[in-house]
Design a protein. Structure first.
Length: 369
């Protein structure tokens, strides 16, 4: 491959990377483009987290044995390139003598490998930051030349830089969202909240100024409505700007339950710290679950269990209230429950709910960390 051809390849990939804002979409597109213009046939990209766990973020033309059962062999287990990456020994593009995942398929006679036995592996990084691994190969290709590895390394650096840009953009958007939530919470507190408080005081004064029973009842009704609206407004402000989350998820959920007028029993086991995204999800899901207890359970006592291991977080919210009929085969009966499930699944977690009339309700979520 000539120098001009390499430059053309890098230019095409750079243009594709610069347009993307979603990491998985970008990775799938750039992998397909890379294979198409280099003549290689198969590739996959692993993203690795700070704990060494890997996620199959993109793949193209995997052999049938590796693609079976939704790429199960690629999503589970360890291999040479992941081990080298996690040990800090994978710092540049290298040839893999033999692919451990494919070797296992051959030993187990688990399916067709389409002639793929070896691949090149390249770390995805930008400066000192590392994001994952790019693997590419072709049937019966057992060795990559130096110029091929150099090109793959240049592409991997471009991908790493794009991933860093996307991550920074997402953080900026999250910061802007938090800032907007805080502004809206302040505005609601300073305007609507104060108006409702004034309305409640005015209704109380009106009730005390009249001797007519019907007028008294009207003012009492207005005062009750204003108090209910104040409670709803305070709950909304809490949702927008959680007071106490800086002191941890337990403190925040306990304070929120008390604000709702619930008595909460809390039990925490395992590690007390949580990744930021997981803590945010736990907070939002916990808010929704406690709000449902307040509105629907007909009880004021709630149990909250949190277990944090090195692999996952499990949260359970239980009440011994009125419960409801629930069939897991049917669609979830409320927007709030659907929202909790969606938040859980967005972090690759599982959402379970148990409820029967007269037997209370239990919500259980498990999120990998």
């Amino acid at each position: 491959m000539s120098r001009n051809e390499e430059i053309a390849i890098l230019k095409e990939i750079a243009e594709l990377l610069n347009e993307g804002t979603d990491s998985k979409t970008v990775l799938a597109g750039v992998l397909k483009k890379l294979l198409g213009i280099t003549g290689l046939q198969t590739g996959w990209i692993f993203l690795l987290d700070e704990n060494g766990g890997h996620q199959l973020a993109a793949n193209e033309a995997l052999p049938e044995a590796l693609a079976r059962n939704h790429n199960q062999r690629m999503c589970n287990g360890d291999c040479w390139c992941v081990s080298r990456y996690n040990s800090g020994k994978l710092n540049k593009a290298v040839n893999i003598i033999e692919c451990q995942r494919i070797e296992n398929v051959i030993l187990e006679k688990a399916g067709d490998t389409a002639g793929l036995t070896h691949h090149a592996t390249v770390p995805l990084r930008a400066g000192n930051e590392k994001f994952g691994i790019l693997n590419v190969g072709s049937p019966f290709k057992t060795h990559f030349q130096k110029d091929e590895l150099a090109l793959l390394e240049a592409v991997a650096f471009q991908i790493g830089t794009a991933l860093k840009r996307i991550n920074l953009t997402q953080r900026e958007q999250e910061t802007a969202l938090i800032s907007e939530r805080n502004r809206l919470a302040r505005d609601l507190h300073d305007s609507v909240n104060q108006l409702l408080f004034s309305l409640s005081l005015t209704a109380r004064a009106g009730r005390e100024m009249t001797d007519e029973e019907e007028v008294k009842q009207t003012f009492s009704y207005i005062q009750d409505l204003a108090q209910d609206a104040l409670g709803e407004m305070r709950a909304l402000i809490w949702q927008l700007k959680p007071q106490g989350l800086e002191n941890g998820i337990i403190s925040a959920l306990t304070g929120y339950a008390e604000m709702l007028g619930l008595t909460i029993e809390v039990k925490l086991t395992g590690i007390s710290s949580f990744p930021e995204k997981v803590e945010e999800a736990l907070w939002r899901i916990g808010q929704e679950a406690l709000g449902n207890c307040k509105k629907h359970s007909q009880t004021t006592h709630v149990r909250l269990f949190l277990n944090r291991s090195s692999e996952s977080v499990i949260m359970e919210v239980q009440d011994q209230g009125c419960g409801f009929y629930y069939d897991e085969k049917l669609e979830l009966p409320s927007f709030g429950l659907k929202n909790m499930k969606a938040r859980t699944q967005s972090l690759n977690g599982t959402f379970l709910i148990k409820s029967e009339p007269g037997m209370g309700t239990e919500i259980r979520i498990k999120i990998p960390v």
